[in-house]
Design a protein around this ligand. Structure first.
Ligand SMILES: [Zn+2]
Length: 240
């Protein structure tokens, strides 16, 4: 070892500079200092000889990276699209599962919505020959007249009432047990004994449903209201 003239720290610094020297990263003055040391230090020359091939390969890699950026494999675009599609499909499947679970949890509510929609459609369709409009000018101030109704076993009404309008009378009922798929008809009875149609709705079984049923018969002329099933059997009745 021929390093007696340099402090240990200085020699360590010079050895650490061998790598930068091999890569050509040292400025001229520092490179000269390291080379001068190499002339008198066999250990450092040996180290430099060891790292030189590696340095050359590193420099070559740097150069390749700079000059010829690696081309993507020809199928990369398709592979990425396929992977994206696969992940999207998996995500959508997860969401579909979640949706199915949510639907199962909310089946009752969903059936109610379906029943409501059917009832509204039927009620509006019923107005075609009944009243011809759905909202009267007195809608905002219409009083609500609670009704006590009698029902057949199996049909349970939790809420029922009348809303008198300038154009007729509206029956609102909330209940369950109307046989799923069966068509029910609401009618008001007038003092002269005639029956006035108030629209139809489709039962949704055990799910609770709310129906708005409208008749052209004015409230002051109505003395009773009834709902009948497909067979004309009375399932709900209230004397007014
Ligand atoms: Zn040395």
């Amino acid at each position: 070892m021929n390093e007696g003239e340099e402090p240990v720290e200085e020699h360590a610094r010079l050895r650490e500079a061998l790598g930068p020297l091999a890569l050509g990263h040292l400025d001229g003055a520092e490179a000269d200092r390291v080379r001068a040391h190499l002339d008198g230090c066999a250990d450092c020359r040996a180290d430099l000889a060891e790292i030189a091939p590696l340095s050359a390969r590193l420099a070559a890699l740097d150069l390749e990276a700079l000059e010829t950026p690696p081309a993507p494999p020809p199928d990369l675009g398709r592979a990425i699209r396929a992977q994206v599609a696969e992940e999207r499909a998996a995500r959508e499947a997860d969401e579909a599962d979640e949706l199915a679970r949510a639907r199962a949890r909310n089946r009752r509510r969903g059936v109610l919505r379906a029943g409501l929609a059917a009832a509204v459609v039927v009620a509006v369709a019923g107005l075609g020959f009944g009243v011809g409009r759905t909202v009267g000018p007195d809608e905002a101030t219409s009083p609500w007249e609670p009704l006590s109704v009698r029902t057949v076993p199996g049909v349970q009404v939790s809420d029922a009432g009348l809303v008198p309008h300038t154009w007729g009378t509206e029956l609102r009922i909330t209940g369950e047990g109307f046989t799923a798929g069966e068509t029910y008809r609401a009618v008001f009875r007038a003092a002269d004994g005639s029956w006035s149609p108030a629209g139809e709705f489709v039962g949704v079984g055990e799910a609770e449903m709310t129906c708005n049923l409208q008749s052209a018969l004015l409230r002051e002329d109505a003395i009773a209201v009834a709902v009948t099933d497909d067979d004309g059997r009375r399932v709900l009745f209230s004397r007014l």
